[in-house]
Write a protein that binds this ligand. Structure first.
Ligand code: GCU
Length: 617
């Protein structure tokens, strides 16, 4: 049997064990939940960002030979007692890289590396804090093995969502060793599989914090307007004794103060009529309120916007008014010739300001995985509606029960983390998935879960199975019946042989009558390549493509919005054409460095036109 296979099986079992280390809050009722308390930035925490030492472990020896002190990297031993002996690893002499950050952009030898890398950081503690200590990791792509002072504290699978482990009894006075092994390798039953059209940035891509919490703490909360416009607050406590704690939710600017007691599962819920002077959040006026969630021991402050989202026939309504989604798709990749996956507040503002201010967009599709909180919070601030998605991308193993458990966990982690973000309008359960019974059952379960976790947003998915009937494109994928909004990816005139001249006359039919969104369309262009004959990959072709496609889209039935593919050229291992691509997907409207291609203004002009018509709030 292939040892690597047995090692994978070991990892999966460890995953299941690991996550039970941090007792999920008593209120958790869906069998598995996010281990990570939310809104870490507002908590009392040590930010462990900075230089970490790293050891590349191509054969995963540190896992396979975990029983041997010679190879067990995670023990982070200085060396064997016997001075003439030695270990096969040594962190103190190892190179350093910045965390958060992907390894691909920081070590040229790892540009395309998929595998295991061990990261170590030491932490000096004058004394062990007497409060609960959680080690919180914003995200690590793809599997993470976490050790404190040589002891395993947990495992996590999934590259784009947060997780945390209780390390209270692992810390010591003086030097503490934190070792995180990150394996970026994906398998056939991972989510996604290895075959994706984006760069698989490996590493600890979002911040790591050591969070101090009282014994009983605010784990997560969900504060929003219900579909009837009433103000609802659900708070869930974490820790052991969660029963009978005073729970308060205040919105000082509105004079709202809700007070109650947690029940035996640590939950407290409140519903009141919204104060008349509550100003609704919208892209045009992204009003956020300070909200404080407190117990007798803990307090967390957040900035939350209040709005309602609903569907009426083929219209999407925001705060009861019809809205047209002037969107753009975005990958989580910073602007620059050698981009990074690690997006901080400044980089998020840079990307989203181009969408908001320069393109006049009111909507962004954050593809194809949960982006960093810096992006969704920036969308709250700037006033951009958001499509949030988990990486159920193309052909994952829909028939595999473990894969379903994994996808559900990723979705839970994403929704728990971000359901207080006013900007998020859509939870998407997948992109371009095959039309099979297994897939329908799989996504059906995910959709049920979304609706249980959040009944205030719309559920969707990016479809691509389009039937042709007499030349008319018919979108009747059975998955559409389970969605609130039907979205389709289409590349007429780019992939396949259709000429641009024919594109405007392509007709669409949407039997569901639900709101219809083009979640993707686009064409490649190499910035600076001009060709009046419109060779593909020229800016001229991209301009003509957008003009033709916008003509086609305008005639579509029930059209509620678009999110063309894509704002910025992005790296992808599938783009091997050295004449135009050099591993860049060139469908961006801006180049890797942020230069606007000619087609950028074609889309902007259309959005200006729509905004002038005023069906935008
Ligand atoms: C697909 C897919 C994207 C991909 C795009 C493309 O539709 O969803 O992830 O990058 O097409 O081909 O450029």
């Amino acid at each position: 049997m292939n040892p690597r296979l047995s090692m994978c099986r070991v990892l999966l079992i460890a995953c299941a064990i690991g996550s039970s280390l941090l007792a999920a809050p008593a209120g958790a009722d869906f069998g598995q939940t996010s281990t990570a308390p939310i809104n870490i930035a507002a908590r009392d925490a040590i930010d462990l960002s900075g230089e970490w030492r790293y050891i590349v472990d191509p054969l995963k020896t540190g896992v396979v030979r975990a029983d041997s002190s010679r190879y067990s990297v995670f023990r982070d031993m200085a060396g064997p007692e016997n001075p003439i002996d030695f270990f096969e690893y040594n962190f103190d002499a190892a190179p350093r890289m910045m965390i958060p950050g992907d390894w691909n952009g920081q070590d040229a030898s790892l540009t395309w590396y998929d595998g295991l890398v061990w990261f170590r950081r030491t932490l000096e503690l004058a004394e062990v804090p007497d409060s609960r200590q959680l080690l919180h990791i914003g995200a690590a792509n793809y599997k993470a093995l976490v050790y404190v002072n040589g002891e395993k504290v947990g495992e996590h699978e999934g590259g784009f969502t947060p997780f945390a482990f209780d390390v209270t009894d692992k810390l010591v006075t003086g030097r503490n060793s934190i070792v995180i092994g990150v394996d970026s390798e994906h398998g056939n039953n991972s989510v996604p599989t290895p075959v994706v059209d984006w760069k698989n940035y490996g590493g600890i891509t979002r911040p790591v914090h050591l969070v101090s919490l009282p014994d009983t703490y605010v784990h997560d909360y969900f504060i929003r307007l219900g579909s009837d416009g009433r103000l609802i607050a659900d708070v869930r406590l974490g820790g052991e004794e969660v029963d009978g704690h005073i729970v308060k939710v205040t919105v000082p600017e509105l004079g709202v103060e809700l007070r109650g007691e947690s029940d035996k599962s640590g939950n407290a819920s409140f519903t009141i009529d919204s104060p008349d002077r509550l100003q609704r959040w919208s892209p045009a006026s992204p009003k956020l309120y300070e909200v404080i969630v407190a117990t007798d021991e803990d307090e967390v402050a957040d900035r939350i916007g209040f709005r309602t989202i609903s569907v009426e026939g083929s219209d999407i309504l925001l705060n009861g008014d019809r809205i047209f989604l002037r969107g753009i798709s975005i990958h989580e990749e910073a602007i620059g010739a050698t981009p990074s996956r690690a997006i901080n507040v400044e980089r998020a503002r840079e990307l989203l300001s181009i969408a908001k201010q320069d393109l006049n967009a009111n909507f962004v599709r954050l593809a194809h995985y949960p982006h960093t909180p810096a992006m969704t919070r920036m969308a709250d601030e700037l006033g951009l509606l958001v499509w949030s998605e988990i990486p159920v991308y193309w052909d994952i193993d829909f028939g595999n029960a473990d894969t379903l458990v994994l996808a559900k966990k990723m979705q839970h982690e994403n929704i728990i983390r971000d359901r207080n973000r006013a900007s998020i309008m859509f939870w998407s359960v997948g992109n371009e998935t095959p039309q099979t019974e297994e897939r329908l059952a799989f996504l059906g379960e995910l959709i049920d879960d979304v609706r249980r976790l959040d009944d205030t947003r719309l559920v969707t998915a990016a479809l691509h199975n389009v039937r042709s009937e007499g030349g008319v494109r018919v979108v009747d994928d059975p998955l559409g019946a389970l969605l609130d909004v039907v979205a389709v990816n289409t590349y007429q005139g780019w992939y396949g042989g259709m000429s641009l001249e024919r594109v405007p006359s392509v007709q669409w039919r949407n039997p569901s009558g639900k709101p219809f969104v083009y979640s993707e369309f686009g064409a490649g262009a190499l910035y600076g390549f001009q060709d009046p004959d419109r060779e593909k990959f020229s800016e001229d072709f991209q301009v003509a493509y957008y003009e033709a496609t916008i003509e086609m889209v305008k005639k579509a039935p029930d059209l509620a919005g678009v999110s063309p593919w894509i704002l910025k050229d992005f790296l992808s291992p599938r783009r091997m054409n050295w004449k135009y691509q050099e591993y860049w997907n060139r469908k961006g409207l801006i180049s890797p460095e942020g230069n606007k291609k000619a087609a950028f203004s074609v889309l902007r002009d259309w959005y200006d036109e729509i905004a002038l018509q005023g069906d935008d709030r």
